[in-house]
Design a protein around this ligand. Structure first.
Ligand SMILES: [Zn+2]
Length: 273
Protein backbone atom coordinates (compact mmCIF):
# COMPACT_ATOMS: atom_id res chain seq x y z
CA UNK A 1 0.00 0.00 0.00
CA UNK A 2 2.77 2.41 1.05
CA UNK A 3 4.84 1.31 -1.95
CA UNK A 4 1.96 2.04 -4.34
CA UNK A 5 1.32 5.42 -2.74
CA UNK A 6 4.87 6.65 -2.98
CA UNK A 7 5.17 5.49 -6.59
CA UNK A 8 2.00 7.45 -7.39
CA UNK A 9 3.44 10.51 -5.62
CA UNK A 10 6.77 10.25 -7.48
CA UNK A 11 4.93 10.07 -10.82
CA UNK A 12 2.52 12.90 -9.98
CA UNK A 13 5.41 15.15 -8.95
CA UNK A 14 7.26 14.18 -12.12
CA UNK A 15 4.30 15.36 -14.18
CA UNK A 16 4.14 18.57 -12.14
CA UNK A 17 7.81 19.19 -12.94
CA UNK A 18 7.03 18.81 -16.67
CA UNK A 19 4.39 21.52 -16.29
CA UNK A 20 6.80 23.77 -14.34
CA UNK A 21 9.26 23.51 -17.24
CA UNK A 22 6.70 24.53 -19.86
CA UNK A 23 6.51 28.02 -21.39
CA UNK A 24 4.94 30.66 -19.16
CA UNK A 25 1.93 31.06 -21.48
CA UNK A 26 1.21 27.32 -21.87
CA UNK A 27 -2.31 26.17 -21.02
CA UNK A 28 -1.14 23.81 -18.25
CA UNK A 29 1.09 26.34 -16.50
CA UNK A 30 -1.53 29.06 -16.69
CA UNK A 31 -4.11 26.63 -15.28
CA UNK A 32 -1.71 25.64 -12.49
CA UNK A 33 -1.17 29.24 -11.40
CA UNK A 34 -4.87 30.03 -11.51
CA UNK A 35 -6.01 26.95 -9.59
CA UNK A 36 -3.35 27.32 -6.91
CA UNK A 37 -4.66 30.85 -6.23
CA UNK A 38 -8.42 30.28 -6.64
CA UNK A 39 -9.06 26.78 -5.29
CA UNK A 40 -9.36 25.95 -1.58
CA UNK A 41 -7.30 23.24 0.14
CA UNK A 42 -10.39 20.97 0.17
CA UNK A 43 -10.81 21.20 -3.61
CA UNK A 44 -10.50 18.11 -5.82
CA UNK A 45 -8.19 20.06 -8.14
CA UNK A 46 -5.14 18.06 -9.24
CA UNK A 47 -2.92 21.09 -8.55
CA UNK A 48 -4.23 21.40 -4.99
CA UNK A 49 -3.44 17.72 -4.53
CA UNK A 50 0.10 18.45 -5.75
CA UNK A 51 0.33 21.34 -3.28
CA UNK A 52 -0.66 18.97 -0.45
CA UNK A 53 1.79 16.28 -1.60
CA UNK A 54 4.64 18.82 -1.64
CA UNK A 55 3.74 19.92 1.91
CA UNK A 56 3.47 16.29 3.05
CA UNK A 57 7.09 15.71 2.02
CA UNK A 58 8.30 18.99 3.49
CA UNK A 59 9.14 20.53 0.10
CA UNK A 60 8.71 24.11 -1.04
CA UNK A 61 5.36 25.57 -2.14
CA UNK A 62 4.02 24.65 -5.59
CA UNK A 63 4.12 28.28 -6.82
CA UNK A 64 7.85 28.45 -6.04
CA UNK A 65 8.55 25.53 -8.38
CA UNK A 66 6.42 27.17 -11.09
CA UNK A 67 8.67 30.24 -10.82
CA UNK A 68 11.93 28.29 -10.46
CA UNK A 69 11.48 25.06 -12.41
CA UNK A 70 14.18 22.52 -11.49
CA UNK A 71 15.70 20.40 -14.24
CA UNK A 72 14.19 16.95 -14.53
CA UNK A 73 17.21 15.00 -13.18
CA UNK A 74 17.68 17.27 -10.16
CA UNK A 75 13.96 17.20 -9.46
CA UNK A 76 13.65 13.41 -9.62
CA UNK A 77 16.60 12.91 -7.24
CA UNK A 78 15.27 15.48 -4.77
CA UNK A 79 11.72 14.08 -4.85
CA UNK A 80 12.85 10.47 -4.31
CA UNK A 81 15.09 11.53 -1.42
CA UNK A 82 12.27 13.42 0.32
CA UNK A 83 9.72 10.64 -0.24
CA UNK A 84 12.04 7.87 0.94
CA UNK A 85 12.96 9.89 4.02
CA UNK A 86 9.29 10.36 4.82
CA UNK A 87 8.35 6.66 4.56
CA UNK A 88 11.54 4.91 5.70
CA UNK A 89 11.60 6.32 9.21
CA UNK A 90 8.14 5.09 10.32
CA UNK A 91 8.69 1.73 8.61
CA UNK A 92 12.02 1.16 10.38
CA UNK A 93 10.67 2.46 13.69
CA UNK A 94 7.59 0.20 13.59
CA UNK A 95 9.53 -2.98 12.70
CA UNK A 96 10.18 -4.02 16.36
CA UNK A 97 6.42 -4.03 17.02
CA UNK A 98 5.77 -6.77 14.41
CA UNK A 99 6.67 -10.21 15.73
CA UNK A 100 6.95 -11.61 12.21
CA UNK A 101 9.71 -9.11 11.41
CA UNK A 102 11.85 -9.85 14.47
CA UNK A 103 14.65 -11.40 12.42
CA UNK A 104 14.68 -8.67 9.76
CA UNK A 105 17.55 -6.28 10.40
CA UNK A 106 17.03 -2.61 9.55
CA UNK A 107 20.46 -1.51 10.79
CA UNK A 108 22.14 -1.14 7.41
CA UNK A 109 18.99 -0.33 5.48
CA UNK A 110 19.50 2.51 3.01
CA UNK A 111 16.49 4.48 1.89
CA UNK A 112 15.21 3.40 -1.51
CA UNK A 113 17.90 0.72 -1.88
CA UNK A 114 17.80 -3.07 -1.77
CA UNK A 115 17.97 -4.62 1.68
CA UNK A 116 21.61 -5.68 2.38
CA UNK A 117 20.55 -9.35 2.42
CA UNK A 118 19.77 -9.07 -1.31
CA UNK A 119 23.14 -7.48 -2.08
CA UNK A 120 25.18 -10.47 -0.92
CA UNK A 121 27.05 -11.76 -3.92
CA UNK A 122 25.80 -15.34 -3.95
CA UNK A 123 23.08 -15.27 -6.59
CA UNK A 124 22.58 -18.29 -8.80
CA UNK A 125 19.99 -19.41 -11.35
CA UNK A 126 18.23 -21.32 -8.55
CA UNK A 127 17.49 -18.07 -6.68
CA UNK A 128 14.44 -17.46 -8.82
CA UNK A 129 12.84 -20.41 -7.02
CA UNK A 130 14.63 -20.13 -3.70
CA UNK A 131 14.44 -16.46 -2.77
CA UNK A 132 10.64 -16.15 -2.39
CA UNK A 133 10.64 -18.82 0.35
CA UNK A 134 13.47 -17.15 2.22
CA UNK A 135 11.87 -13.69 1.95
CA UNK A 136 8.50 -15.00 3.14
CA UNK A 137 10.16 -16.57 6.18
CA UNK A 138 12.12 -13.38 6.86
CA UNK A 139 9.06 -11.16 6.68
CA UNK A 140 6.75 -13.45 8.66
CA UNK A 141 4.48 -14.17 5.70
CA UNK A 142 5.32 -17.87 5.36
CA UNK A 143 2.25 -19.71 6.60
CA UNK A 144 3.04 -22.24 9.32
CA UNK A 145 0.46 -23.74 11.69
CA UNK A 146 1.19 -21.07 14.32
CA UNK A 147 0.23 -18.40 11.75
CA UNK A 148 -2.76 -20.28 10.37
CA UNK A 149 -4.44 -20.41 13.76
CA UNK A 150 -4.38 -16.60 13.88
CA UNK A 151 -5.71 -16.24 10.34
CA UNK A 152 -8.35 -18.94 10.00
CA UNK A 153 -11.12 -19.25 12.57
CA UNK A 154 -11.68 -22.96 11.97
CA UNK A 155 -8.04 -23.89 12.47
CA UNK A 156 -7.53 -25.47 15.88
CA UNK A 157 -4.30 -27.39 15.42
CA UNK A 158 -1.18 -25.44 16.26
CA UNK A 159 1.01 -28.57 16.18
CA UNK A 160 3.39 -29.33 13.34
CA UNK A 161 1.49 -31.29 10.69
CA UNK A 162 4.53 -33.44 9.95
CA UNK A 163 5.63 -34.67 13.37
CA UNK A 164 2.82 -33.54 15.75
CA UNK A 165 5.52 -33.17 18.42
CA UNK A 166 5.58 -29.42 18.89
CA UNK A 167 4.06 -26.08 17.93
CA UNK A 168 4.93 -25.38 14.31
CA UNK A 169 6.66 -22.01 14.44
CA UNK A 170 9.63 -20.71 12.49
CA UNK A 171 12.17 -22.20 14.93
CA UNK A 172 10.57 -25.64 14.75
CA UNK A 173 10.35 -25.53 10.96
CA UNK A 174 13.91 -24.37 10.34
CA UNK A 175 15.86 -26.17 13.07
CA UNK A 176 13.87 -28.75 15.01
CA UNK A 177 11.36 -30.78 13.01
CA UNK A 178 12.75 -34.30 12.68
CA UNK A 179 10.65 -34.99 9.57
CA UNK A 180 12.73 -32.38 7.71
CA UNK A 181 16.08 -33.56 9.00
CA UNK A 182 17.08 -35.29 5.77
CA UNK A 183 17.43 -31.99 3.87
CA UNK A 184 18.54 -29.96 6.88
CA UNK A 185 21.41 -32.14 8.05
CA UNK A 186 23.67 -32.10 4.95
CA UNK A 187 23.30 -28.35 4.42
CA UNK A 188 23.92 -27.52 8.07
CA UNK A 189 27.00 -29.69 7.80
CA UNK A 190 28.27 -27.47 4.96
CA UNK A 191 27.54 -24.35 7.04
CA UNK A 192 29.30 -25.84 10.04
CA UNK A 193 32.43 -26.46 7.97
CA UNK A 194 32.47 -22.87 6.67
CA UNK A 195 32.06 -21.51 10.22
CA UNK A 196 34.69 -23.88 11.61
CA UNK A 197 37.18 -22.34 9.20
CA UNK A 198 36.32 -19.00 10.81
CA UNK A 199 36.73 -20.50 14.28
CA UNK A 200 33.03 -20.30 15.06
CA UNK A 201 31.15 -23.36 16.22
CA UNK A 202 27.63 -23.65 14.81
CA UNK A 203 26.63 -26.06 17.58
CA UNK A 204 27.62 -23.57 20.29
CA UNK A 205 25.53 -20.73 18.90
CA UNK A 206 22.26 -19.95 20.74
CA UNK A 207 19.10 -20.87 18.82
CA UNK A 208 18.14 -17.22 18.30
CA UNK A 209 21.54 -16.49 16.73
CA UNK A 210 21.21 -19.54 14.48
CA UNK A 211 17.82 -18.39 13.21
CA UNK A 212 19.14 -14.84 12.83
CA UNK A 213 22.09 -16.16 10.84
CA UNK A 214 19.85 -18.28 8.64
CA UNK A 215 17.29 -15.58 7.92
CA UNK A 216 19.27 -12.33 7.93
CA UNK A 217 22.99 -12.81 8.25
CA UNK A 218 23.68 -9.07 7.77
CA UNK A 219 23.14 -8.22 11.44
CA UNK A 220 25.64 -10.80 12.77
CA UNK A 221 28.43 -10.48 10.17
CA UNK A 222 30.63 -8.29 12.36
CA UNK A 223 29.79 -10.19 15.57
CA UNK A 224 31.01 -13.43 14.00
CA UNK A 225 33.84 -11.70 12.14
CA UNK A 226 32.88 -13.12 8.73
CA UNK A 227 34.56 -12.03 5.50
CA UNK A 228 32.48 -11.35 2.31
CA UNK A 229 33.41 -14.69 0.69
CA UNK A 230 32.27 -16.67 3.75
CA UNK A 231 29.07 -14.62 3.99
CA UNK A 232 28.32 -15.39 0.32
CA UNK A 233 28.98 -19.12 0.81
CA UNK A 234 26.84 -19.27 3.94
CA UNK A 235 23.99 -17.28 2.39
CA UNK A 236 24.05 -19.59 -0.64
CA UNK A 237 23.61 -22.57 1.72
CA UNK A 238 20.83 -20.80 3.63
CA UNK A 239 18.80 -20.06 0.52
CA UNK A 240 19.05 -23.71 -0.53
CA UNK A 241 18.15 -24.85 2.97
CA UNK A 242 15.00 -22.69 3.22
CA UNK A 243 13.80 -23.78 -0.18
CA UNK A 244 14.45 -27.47 0.34
CA UNK A 245 12.76 -27.39 3.75
CA UNK A 246 9.77 -25.74 2.12
CA UNK A 247 9.58 -28.26 -0.72
CA UNK A 248 9.95 -31.28 1.53
CA UNK A 249 7.28 -29.91 3.89
CA UNK A 250 4.90 -29.36 0.98
CA UNK A 251 5.61 -32.84 -0.38
CA UNK A 252 5.02 -34.48 2.98
CA UNK A 253 1.77 -32.58 3.54
CA UNK A 254 0.50 -33.53 0.08
CA UNK A 255 1.53 -37.10 0.81
CA UNK A 256 -0.54 -37.13 3.99
CA UNK A 257 -3.48 -35.67 2.12
CA UNK A 258 -3.27 -38.45 -0.45
CA UNK A 259 -2.64 -36.13 -3.36
CA UNK A 260 0.99 -37.04 -3.87
CA UNK A 261 0.25 -39.07 -6.98
CA UNK A 262 -1.06 -36.01 -8.79
CA UNK A 263 1.33 -33.35 -7.51
CA UNK A 264 4.11 -34.96 -5.52
CA UNK A 265 6.42 -35.84 -8.38
CA UNK A 266 6.65 -32.17 -9.36
CA UNK A 267 7.61 -31.21 -5.82
CA UNK A 268 10.09 -34.05 -5.49
CA UNK A 269 11.89 -32.98 -8.64
CA UNK A 270 12.01 -29.34 -7.54
CA UNK A 271 13.01 -29.62 -3.92
CA UNK A 272 16.52 -30.86 -4.64
CA UNK A 273 17.39 -27.74 -6.67
ZN1 LIG B 1 7.60 -31.07 13.10
Amino acid sequence: MITNLYIIHIRALGLFNNICNQAEDSVEKTLARRQLIVKSNESNSWFIEIKNILRKYNMLEAWWYLDNAPKKGIWTTAVKKKIHEHWSKPIVESTPYYNGLRYLSCVNLEKGKLHPILKINCSSKGDLHRLPTKLKLLTGSYILQSNRIKMFKNEANILCLLCSKDKENIEHFILDCKRLEEVRKPILQEIEEILNDKETSWKCLPQDTKIQLLLDITSVISKLNLDPASVANIEYCFRRLMFQLHMLRQTRILDMQGTIKQQGSRYYSLYML
